[in-house]
Write a protein that binds this ligand. Structure first.
Ligand code: ADP
Ligand code: MG
Length: 282
């Protein structure tokens, strides 16, 4: 985005807030969903959770999904990771149909879910052990990731000896250690205090830039979504559908100063309006 398009007065204020459609899809996207829906069948009856969704995420894109509590965000992530089958439709990751849990993704859950009896290094190495990959081969990678997130020196500590933010950073290393092309994150910073959360946002953007990964992050924080994303998908209340997809034309690399940019506040407000008619977002 060039500076002229953001100069107030030269353009209509929302000219850059382009709502994008799936027609912009590239031929080989990182992730593609085609008619994907989910209805949970329970003893008490059917729970429709997601209406049929069609969208794509570009390879190397930072894509953020924002939506109210219970709209099906976690369901969406579980289906993309192959942990949960959709009720209809097809999911493609790197061009291949998802039919079972696959090795090409790393997942970060809301709480870090580190194993309490494993030290930080061995928690980070868990995907290597589970996939029976060579420890020797991946150990240097684990160590360099630990360094990348600023946890050098804490390799031998147990999770309880680290702060919540540090544990979450370790779980990001764990998601990256087997070098998956795609990182799926389900409200990864929900449990953190505001300041740690901002620091983690900056950290995550840096890691994504340095590794070129495709990231799908779920959040219920609209400012966090706009700050991090190349594009933001806004979901409706359950059963979730796509309300809109927005381009975020803030230049990269972004620092926390990006939140002072008029484009940032305009986009945050624009997305908030989707929820005015709904109950508060979480
Ligand atoms: P979100 O992550 O957006 O808060 P979820 O994907 O966790 O939403 O859930 C979407 C809806 O599906 C919710 O109404 C929830 O109650 C329902 N749901 C989630 N998991 C199950 C399940 N295993 N069985 C039945 N209903 C479920
Ligand atoms: Mg959830």
């Amino acid at each position: 985005m060039n500076a002229a398009t953001r100069t107030p007065g030269l353009n209509p204020p929302t000219a850059h807030l382009r709502v994008v459609s799936d027609r912009d899809a590239p031929t080989t996207p990182g992730i593609r969903l085609s008619g994907v829906s989910k209805t949970y069948r329970t003893r008490d009856g059917d729970v429709p959770s997601l209406r049929p969704l069609d969208f794509h995420i570009n390879a190397g894109e930072f894509f953020v999904v924002v939506g109210p509590s219970g709209c099906g965000k976690s369901t969406l992530l579980k289906m993309i990771s192959g942990l949960l089958p959709p009720s209809s439709g097809k999911i493609f990751v790197e061009g291949e149909a998802v039919t079972k849990p696959h090795g090409n993704v790393g997942i970060v859950f809301q709480n870090s879910l580190l194993l309490p009896w494993r030290n930080i290094l061995n928690n980070v190495m868990l995907p290597i052990d589970m996939r029976r990959l060579s420890r020797k081969e991946y150990l240097p990678r684990a160590k360099s990731l630990i360094k990348l997130v600023g946890l050098e020196g804490f390799e031998k500590k147990l999770p309880w000896q680290l702060s919540g933010g540090m544990q979450q950073r370790a779980s990001i290393c764990r998601a990256l250690v087997h070098d998956p092309k795609i990182i799926l994150m389900d409200e990864p910073f929900g449990a953190l205090d505001a300041m740690t959360r901002e620091r983690m946002n900056v950290e995550l953007m840096r890691i994504q830039r340095e590794t070129g990964k495709t990231v799908l992050l779920i959040t219920h924080s609209i400012p966090e979504a706009v700050f991090l994303a190349d594009r933001v998908l806004v979901m409706t209340e359950r059963p979730g559908a796509i309300a809109a997809i927005y381009d975020v034309p803030l230049p990269r690399p972004r620092s926390l100063d990006a939140m002072a940019d008029p484009v940032f506040s305009e986009l945050v407000q624009r997305i908030r309006k989707h929820f005015f008619s709904q109950s508060a977002i979480d």
